[in-house]
Write a protein that binds this ligand. Structure first.
Ligand code: SAM
Length: 253
């Protein structure tokens, strides 16, 4: 499928979602608690690959004196976040920035906290933590969710799927080793529960599919996208005991 058309269709399907990937307010708060950051501290925060900003808004609600830069490659997502931030009274705290996560313009050692939910895979986990590290202050915190095997010996069908889609998928202990090798000390990690995939992500996507197909009636590429989404949902429902996102919280050494 033509890449530009695919991106436009994906935008259309996901723009109205609270989230563009698995996660939830509860798990964002759980990760924030792990950081042990003082909610009253003056902080410079980046939320990388924020989508429409579900996590950004949670961070803004808890971190009283934070300046949060919410970054995504798609300005359409950031426009939705800006509107939501305005309605919730967080316009002063949240600035949006359309930039690619591999070419961010933050000065070295300028950030206290780097947040990224379900997005680092665009760069690859190992490359992402290395690329973002210079911008983080020494002692600053990285909180990132990343696709993770729950068991090192998954069934062939799901192993093949992920090895094609994202060969960097690995167990939590392998992800933690990459963090430690990359100059971070693990503070803690946990696995996202299946409700974060179903209630906060796949069910809302499923609910938008009917209208999406109505808007794109007769468009074979739109139908193809929905087939891909449904295949992903089917794989998740059959193999959810074998993979999820891990949420990793680590401090820059
Ligand atoms: N963090 C959001 C959430 O949990 O709802 C979005 C997760 S979504 C799976 C991945 C996000 O990464 C999308 O919003 C996408 O636009 C963004 N993205 C993809 N490639 C990017 C890049 N090179 N630079 C910045 N953002 C990117």
């Amino acid at each position: 499928m033509n890449q530009e058309k695919l991106l436009a269709l994906m935008m259309d399907l996901h723009q109205d979602g609270a989230r563009q990937g698995p996660g939830s307010e509860t798990e964002t708060l759980r990760a924030l608690e792990l950081t042990r950051i003082d909610p009253l501290a003056k902080l410079q925060v980046a939320d990388i690959g924020c989508g429409t900003g579900a996590s950004t808004l949670v961070l803004a609600s808890k971190l009283q004196n934070a300046q949060i830069t919410a970054i995504d490659i798609f300005p359409e997502f950031l426009d939705v976040l800006s509107t939501r931030a305005k309605v919730m009274g967080y316009s002063e705290k949240i600035e949006t920035l359309t930039e690619s996560m591999d070419k961010l313009s933050f000065a070295d050692e300028s950030l206290d906290l780097i947040w990224s939910e379900g997005a680092i895979y665009n760069l690859g986990f190992a490359q992402g933590i290395e690329c973002w590290k210079p911008m983080l202050k020494t002692g600053g915190v990285l909180a990132v969710s990343e696709i993770t095997w729950l068991n090192p010996l998954p069934p062939e069908e799901i192993r093949q799927h992920w090895n094609t889609e994202y060969p960097e998928i690995a167990t939590a202990s392998e992800k933690i080793a990459i963090l430690e090798h990359g100059g971070y000390d693990l503070i803690g990690y946990f696995i996202l529960p299946s409700t974060n995939w179903l209630d906060s992500y796949y069910t809302p996507v499923e609910e938008r599919i009917h209208d999406f197909l109505k808007r794109h009636r007769g468009d074979l590429e739109a139908e193809e996208l929905i087939k891909m989404e449904r295949r992903e949902m089917d794989l998740y429902s059959r193999f959810k005991n074998w993979f999820s996102y891990g949420f990793y919280v680590a401090r820059k050494r």
